[in-house]
Design a protein around this ligand. Structure first.
Ligand code: ADP
Ligand code: ASP
Ligand code: MG
Length: 820
């Protein structure tokens, strides 16, 4: 005989009941079936809420009416599908049960509390309705069946709402059960009775446990748990994209996984089936052909080390500490005795080796009670300061790594903890089972989902993610999006999932939890969006969607966003930017940015602030790391001025050259930003600071292309109209230089600890002579590179190269790229 258990997820509506009937019919034909049923989906939750509402004196009638609709709705739908279905019987049954319930709720409302025996009765209502429906379904097709009343056969002890089966007593009771081999046995899950004959429940989600009890009592060949997923995965498949189905688990592995939160199986289930060596198969009602996961004594040959990750939420940790604990025999036992006497289960314990503190986690619902009991038990020690006030910390979760083979593998714990640190998860406590079958970390609840995802990524998947948020979608930002759209598929083939989840400009913010389709009209969607950029908004989004590697890409030139980088990193984002404003703000801010990046384990990447896509910062950093020292630097750092000065020597006037540069998109939107020398000065400052020179923007000596006597105020158009006033002076300068075989170049220089930006005259023997047409050239003279400099040369402006540089920085936020 087989025991088949169907959970609420398999009994959500009439269609699902019919599906279950089909599965049972097949199983019964093959080997004889005993069926354990849960309440229809959501019914136990509704009953629990009804009790709560009544106990708080609230109005519960609306919810009661809804519950009635759900139950009678299933019956009515089945009536339409099955000939000879006894709807009347069921409606009377439901009517009678709900009327009892209404009386009980009225009493609870009056008392303002629900005694546990009453709550147990109420909570089990759904299971009874469920088995009666199913029994009528079988009867309608003339399938003989027999209802088993667990309140007669299943003996349990302990809490009314979380009882533990007395297996020996239950097996004895079942010896009295009479049935024929033709009968399909049907038992409501979740219910048992205690020694006093009162109805009790086996704890929420406890129908799995009922199935295991029944399987043991009937000496079944197999216990099948039918649910809404294909089996046990290495992480909750509804939370972790890419979770992998496990073929086999040992009883112990299944126990640890479920104990630490894998809801697919109630942890108590394993006891009876392991004891009686009954194999257990987890199957999917919605996909019966899938082989499922086998839980038995056999281990998997495919998965030999870590099997899975689970997490448990709503926990509270207590810390009992103080000098009184040291060496005092029996303190630990007193703590645990108090807790266990109150029927509070301890989920995890850690003790510091100095014996100075003991920490343990319990379910938060029991926290207030535990606190009061501990304070009472240790009143004397607390008064005499042998113990420190007992600490209690709420909103915690436990994340656990489980697998029999873990004890044979080294480095798993290290990988586990480094994954958590990658997700910036603060570890509150650590515990490892003595069997070395599991490692657990206590963490903050709000980080639990993210933590599971990252740990899963590091243990089971080669897939790495980058979760991008772009601020500023003008020339460079727009180009970057195009490049990302083009590369996404290719990256995915290399196991990198780069998704853009947010795009913002100064007025709107577009967020999409599925990732923005960059081939679609995101511009229109952005304009329609009523949200605006805010760090809190993004942080909330990241949290809700459990994103593990969020990056803010600032493609604005705004100092407003740049000033927020510290907050952005503190909120958990890496920062990638071509925006020069943050690195050229005060030295104090510059230092705080780096300190924050270090402290928050976030990347702050700005390669494109100097030389656009050219690898300037990276190489400079590498030299400095290797102990090199900058002695002198000279370079053409502005693509637009490289272009304009090149055109001057070809005979164009300053105003014409500027106009052409502007038309080709080589200049900033306002060409004065280039011509004033400010842009070059900022780049020079970034380089100087990178080389370890402490200075401010104001310390840089700037010779502007626009002389002091020239009035450069007004609109861009007005400025462009006035610019020809300078043509003559520049023509003369160019001609003078040409007489000596020289050309004019706009140069940034670091020498003797000073920075200068100026118009230089260079001859053909100098490297900068040939640099024009938008090219950049940077000559770095250092201890290692002398007398010949380290030279970097190439296009230093333009949306495509800059965006490609930003893209490269974005890729460096991948954990395995960070060492680069
Ligand atoms: P039922 O109503 O059938 O008892 P549950 O909702 O109690 O179903 O359990 C099934 C759910 O367990 C799945 O939908 C899944 O979201 C969750 N779950 C959590 N961890 C795991 C895991 N490791 N493998 C499979 N499912 C899991
Ligand atoms: N119906 C009960 C619950 O929801 C038992 C179960 O479904 O396992 O907790
Ligand atoms: Mg369940």
């Amino acid at each position: 005989m087989k025991v088949l258990k169907f959970g609420g997820s398999s009994l959500a509506d009439a269609k699902r009941y019919l599906n279950v009937q089909k599965i049972v019919a097949e199983a019964h034909q093959q080997s004889g079936a005993a069926v354990v049923l849960s309440a229809p989906k959501g019914v136990t939750n509704a009953l629990s809420l009804l009790v709560e509402q009544a106990a708080e004196g609230q109005d519960y009638l609306e919810l009661l009416a809804k519950l009635k609709m759900t139950l009678t709705g299933i019956v009515a739908d089945l009536d339409n599908s099955i000939d000879g279905f006894n709807t009347e019987y069921l409606n009377t049954f439901i009517e009678q049960k709900l009327s009892e319930l209404e009386h009980q709720l009225a009493g609870i409302k009056l008392l303002r509390c629900s005694p546990d025996p009453v709550t147990a009765q109420i909570l089990s209502l759904g299971e009874y309705v469920s088995v009666n429906i199913f029994s009528q379904m079988l009867s309608a097709v003339s399938q003989s069946n027999k209802l088993i009343e667990p309140a007669t056969y299943v003996v349990a002890e302990g809490d009314y709402l979380d009882s533990l089966a007395d297996m020996d007593a239950s097996i004895e009771e079942f010896k009295h059960l009479k049935y024929s081999d033709d009968d399909v046995l049907i038992m409501p899950g979740f219910v048992a009775h205690n020694a006093g004959g009162e109805k009790v429940t086996l704890g929420r989600n406890g129908s799995d446990y009922s199935a295991a009890i029944l399987a043991a009592c009937l000496k079944a060949d197999c216990c099948e748990i039918w649910t809404d997923v294909d089996g046990v995965y290495n992480a909750d498949p509804n939370q972790v994209e890419g979770a992998v189905l496990l073929d086999k688990l040992t009883y112990q592995e299944a126990m640890e996984l479920s104990y630490f939160g894998a809801k697919v199986l109630h942890p108590k289930t394993i006891g009876p089936i392991a004891q009686h060596h009954i194999p257990c198969l987890i199957k999917n009602t919605l996909n019966p052909v899938a082989p499922g996961t086998l839980i038995s004594n056999e281990s998997s040959e495919i998965w030999t080390s870590v099997k899975g990750i689970s997490h448990l939420e709503n926990l509270t940790m207590f810390n009992v500490a103080g000098p009184g604990l040291k060496g005092m025999v029996g303190m630990a036992s007193r703590i645990f005795k108090v807790i266990s006497n109150a029927n509070i289960s301890i989920v995890l314990i850690t003790q510091s080796s100095s014996e100075y503190s003991i920490s343990f986690c319990i379910h938060s619902k029991d926290a207030q009670r535990a606190q009061a009991l501990l304070n009472q038990e240790f009143e004397l020690e607390l008064v005499n300061q042998l113990l420190e006030p007992i600490e209690m910390r709420d909103d915690l979760a436990i994340i656990s790594l489980v697998g029999d083979g873990m004890r044979k593998h080294q480095g798993l714990a290290a990988r586990f903890f480094s994954s958590l640190s990658q997700a910036r998860v603060n570890i509150v406590a650590i515990a490892q089972g003595s069997s070395e079958r599991s490692i657990s970390a206590v963490i903050e609840s709000r980080k639990a989902k993210e933590a599971v995802k990252v740990v899963h990524q590091n243990f089971f998947s080669d897939m790495h993610t980058i979760d991008a948020f772009l601020v500023g979608c003008g020339t460079v930002g727009g180009e970057l999006l195009k490049q990302i759209a083009k590369q996404q598929e290719l990256l995915l083939k290399r196991n990198i999932r780069l998704r853009v989840y947010g795009i913002a400009n100064s007025k709107h913010l577009l967020l999409d939890a599925a990732g923005i389709d960059l081939n679609d009209d995101w511009k229109a969607r952005l304009v329609e969006s009523e949200q605006r950029f805010s760090i809190q908004g993004l942080q909330q989004f990241v949290q809700t969607n459990s994103l593990v590697n969020p990056v803010v890409i600032d493609c604005t030139t705004s100092h407003v966003i740049a000033e927020q980088y510290i907050e952005i990193m503190l909120a958990g984002f890496h920062v990638v930017t071509p925006n020069k404003k943050s690195n050229t703000s005060s030295m104090a801010f510059y230092n705080s940015l780096r300190e924050t990046a270090l402290a928050t384990n976030r990347q702050f990447l700005y390669e494109t602030t100097v030389g656009a896509g050219l690898p300037v910062i990276e190489n400079l950093q590498k030299l400095i790391y290797a102990g090199d020292k900058l002695s002198r630097f000279e370079g053409i750092l502005s693509g637009s001025l490289s272009f304009i000065f090149g055109k001057l020597e070809e005979g164009l006037s300053l105003s014409e050259a500027t106009k052409v540069a502007r038309q080709n998109g080589f200049t900033e939107p306002d060409p004065r930003d280039d011509l004033s020398g400010m842009d070059v000065a900022r780049k020079l400052l970034i380089m100087a600071r990178e080389a370890g020179i402490k200075m401010e923007l104001k310390d840089i000596e700037i010779e502007s292309v626009l002389p002091d006597y020239f009035d450069s105020t007004g609109s861009i158009d007005e400025f462009m109209q006035k610019l020809p006033q300078l043509d003559k002076a520049f023509q003369d300068k160019v001609a003078n230089a040409a007489k000596d075989g020289q050309v004019l170049r706009y140069v940034g220089q670091i020498a003797d600890g000073k920075c200068r930006v100026f118009i230089d005259k260079v001859d053909s023997s100098q490297p900068l002579y040939v640099i024009k047409d938008g090219e950049n050239a940077l000559a770095i003279y250092s201890h290692y590179y002398q007398p010949l400099p380290f030279v970097i040369r190439g296009y230093g402006a333009g949306a495509a190269v800059t965006a490609a540089g930003v893209f490269a920085d974005v890729m460096r936020t991948l954990p395995w790229k960070q060492e680069l």
